[in-house]
Design a protein. Structure first.
Length: 229
């Protein structure tokens, strides 16, 4: 039996997890709640990691140190760039870039590269339990600023952004833990604005739909990611 750590970041995402496993015993960590259960013949720890880079990095390291997982999964949401990706698309993340780093004393490119992470996905076997789009996810401690979109597209060919994946991927790479990040697009942002901006209920409803689908498929993702015994 392997141990899988599933990190859930945003509060809206965690509420869906709690509703999906209503009978699971819930305990606490310094970062939020967690629950344990058995899925696909493996021990699975669901950890509420918290939103933003600081919580994401700290809780990822806590989970790795505390449970010693054989695999780390981050399931969550992201915002998409209108015209470059469709709402509901699940991104199987191959690389993360933390783009809100502004180095003005040294080499800015070197600073960005230091916190960029390429994920080795060679351990994941097909067929996948859900349709996915492999690609890059840019990450920052902020929602997508509409005016930033042209630059992010030009510089990184980005299609979507989130808050936590860059930090989680970086910690997993430094601790040499296999990492699988799946982020579903809940809302689209254009240079005119975001369809969920100012309408939190839109994001919450979309989160309910995509996170529920992800957890319904979670046993399948575990089977794809772990070697058959």
């Amino acid at each position: 039996m392997k141990t899988i750590l599933v990190i859930i970041s945003a509060n809206a995402e965690w509420r869906v997890v709690r509703a999906f496993y209503p009978h699971a015993a819930v305990e606490n960590t310094p970062f939020g709640e967690f629950l344990e259960l058995e899925l696909a013949g493996n021990r699975v720890v669901m950890l509420q990691g918290g939103w933003g880079k600081i919580s994401a990095a700290a809780s990822a390291q806590y989970g790795i140190s505390h449970w010693g997982p054989d695999l780390v999964l981050n399931l969550g949401t992201c915002g998409g760039f209108e015209g470059r990706i469709q709402r509901g698309t699940i991104i199987l993340v191959e690389k993360t870039i933390v783009y809100d780093i502004f180095e003005q004393m040294g080499d800015a490119a070197e600073a960005l590269e230091f916190y960029s992470t390429s994920l080795d996905l060679s351990f994941i076997r097909k067929p996948y339990p859900q349709a996915v789009q492999k690609g890059l996810l840019v990450s920052a401690d902020r929602d997508i600023i509409p005016a930033d979109i042209p630059g992010l597209v030009e510089k990184y060919a980005a299609v979507a952004a989130d808050w936590e994946s860059g930090a989680i991927a970086w910690v997993c790479a430094r601790t040499q833990r296999p990492c699988l990040i799946l982020r579903a697009v809940t809302d689209l942002v254009s240079i005119q604005g975001g369809e969920a901006y100012g309408t939190l209920a839109f994001f919450q409803q979309a989160t309910q739909e995509v996170i529920s689908a992800m957890f319904a498929a979670l046993p399948g993702w575990i089977k794809c990611a772990l070697p058959a015994e």
